[in-house]
Design a protein around this ligand. Sequence first.
Ligand code: 5GP
Ligand code: ZN
Length: 118
Amino acid sequence: MCIFCKIVNREIPSNLVKEDENFLAFHDINPKAPVHVLVIPKAHYDSFNDTPGDVIGKMGIFMQEVAKEIGIDQSGYRIISNIGDDGAQEVKHLHFHILGGTHLKWGHLADADPKDFL
Ligand code: 5GP
Ligand code: ZN
């Protein structure tokens, strides 16, 4: 079972932000911005590539709600999904990164130093 499925099953703890019947939002363990929340479906899909459109649509609505509830919907934010090898996807369970809480620079990728965002 993958690490995010274990988070869904409460086998691994997470710092939860929001949950509904289909999705989970929790703080990234290694934040790359002042706000760095991961959003996952409770069902396992390997990546965005493998996920049905209706799930992506519902996930989009859920992410809009998350952004509002954590108070970054007006200040702005960035949504990223890394896909496959060239996308540098580490965890092979679909997830979107929601990054915000500061004025993000364009071009910051996974290897960036968090201080570079400030
Ligand atoms: P990827 O590179 O696959 O798009 O991103 C995976 C993300 O998951 C990384 O930002 C990493 O910090 C985060 N992550 C990996 N393992 C855990 C974990 O056990 N708990 C939490 N909260 N985040 C994790
Ligand atoms: Zn999984």
